[in-house]
Design a protein around this ligand. Structure first.
Ligand code: NAD
Ligand code: ISE
Length: 336
């Protein structure tokens, strides 16, 4: 059986996902697309999934009888509307991160999914599917480095586009660490603190850049993460776990060591699309397989809600300079 998918949002990641869902992966095809920029949607369909319907609205795409499941890859503020509409139509929906831009909006999605009575929502936290993070998780779980005590992480982008403003360093960038680090150490967060760095001259649009976020978990693990989205030199993701008996680092992506022009070294990637390309493929193949089997196996709406509560606390901590508690509702049995 083939899963017929409609994709809302045909920008950077929408096009990446269309290409993998229409031709690269097994068991899926893209039958419909939509974007608020209709020209962009038409061009993406022609190039990547010829013959797919180009709908004038996200709702029309969701209502299309030739769409079995929906992928939401539009801007964050539009996610809630489309995920709720897919739930109302009883269609499985994969939503790119963030699930929604506030914890209240994520809570509405959680409540709608529970009221519908069956799991339908998966959130695009693809780092859980990355081979490097999976190896790190296995090392933690095996006890080889003892209990994790501290984590030192960094999320660096060479630069960001003009529409990247305000607290997107947390809501759009750090949200990846918020999800994957909690999954890695199998613990939830209890507090957040943000320490501003000296502002880079490359930080435009009034952006604060760089800064450090410190999260503390229930069991006492302290996690510091540098967010630096104008670092210039590359797309650089770091994660070191300090355990009772040793340390473990996220492996660097495999690139060829070279010696040239008096330098011995390895190239650093510049583009997030390439850094996690394999994990997107694994993530979507897993989603297609589970959806065809009537399940959600990946990060759930509850994970999206938890990330949003944490992200809200980080934004508050950044604004106030205080240590802000992270308090969520009790996890519904539906997500156990
Ligand atoms: P983008 O700006 O390149 O593309 C977004 C597209 O959505 C644009 O074409 C825009 O016209 C369209 N759009 C916006 N609002 C819409 C609406 N109401 N209805 C229909 N179309 C709408 O952005 P992007 O980099 O592709 O990011 C899209 C989403 O994917 C964001 O939520 C972002 O956080 C997420 N993202 C995830 C990853 C990841 O690694 N998982 C990487 C990049 C982006
Ligand atoms: C982007 O949306 C992503 O998800 C990238 O992984 C992240 O590095 C970047 O900062 C975000 O804007």
């Amino acid at each position: 059986m083939t899963l017929r998918i409609g994709v809302i949002g045909t920008g950077a990641i929408g096009q990446e996902h269309i290409a993998r869902l229409h031709g690269k992966l097994v068991g899926s095809t893209v039958t419909a697309v939509n974007d608020i920029n209709p020209e962009g949607a038409r061009a993406a369909a022609e190039k990547l999934c010829p013959g797919a319907s180009v709908h004038e609205s996200g709702q029309a795409l969701i209502d299309d009888p030739n769409v079995d499941a929906v992928v939401v890859a539009s801007w964050g503020p539009s996610h809630e509307e489309f995920v709720l509409a897919a739930i109302a139509a009883g269609k499985p929906v994969f939503c790119e991160k963030p699930l929604a831009t506030t914890a209240e909006a994520c809570q509405r999605i959680v409540e709608a999914e529970i009221a519908g009575g069956r799991p339908l929502v998966q959130v695009g936290f693809m780092r859980r599917y990355d081979a490097g993070y999976r190896m790190l998780k296995e090392i933690v779980a095996s006890g080889q480095i003892g209990e994790p005590l501290l984590l030192h992480c960094a999320h660096r982008n060479p630069s960001v586009p003009a529409h990247y403003v305000g607290d997107m360093g947390i809501t759009d960038t750090f949200i990846h660490e918020i999800d994957v680090l909690r999954w890695l150490v199998n613990d939830d967060y209890v507090s957040a603190q943000v320490i501003q760095g000296k502002r880079s001259r490359h930080a435009l649009n009034g952006l604060d850049d760089p800064y450090i976020v410190v999260l503390k978990t229930k069991s006492g693990v302290v996690i510091d993460t540098e967010i630096f989205v104008n670092c210039q030199f590359g797309y650089d993701i770091q994660c070191q776990i300090v355990g009772e008996d040793g340390t473990a680092n996220l492996p660097e992506p495999a690139t060829v060591p070279m010696r040239k022009n008096q330098i011995a070294g390895q190239a650093i990637m510049m583009d997030w699309k390439l850094r996690f390309i394999d994990s997107y493929d694994v993530e979507f193949q897993d989603w297609v397989n589970a959806t065809l089997a009537g399940r959600v196996d990946g990060p759930t709406a509850w994970d999206g809600y938890f990330a949003a509560v944490t992200s809200d606390a980080c934004v508050e901590a950044k604004r106030t300079g205080q240590i802000v508690p992270i308090e969520t509702r009790a996890k519904p049995a539906f997500y156990n």
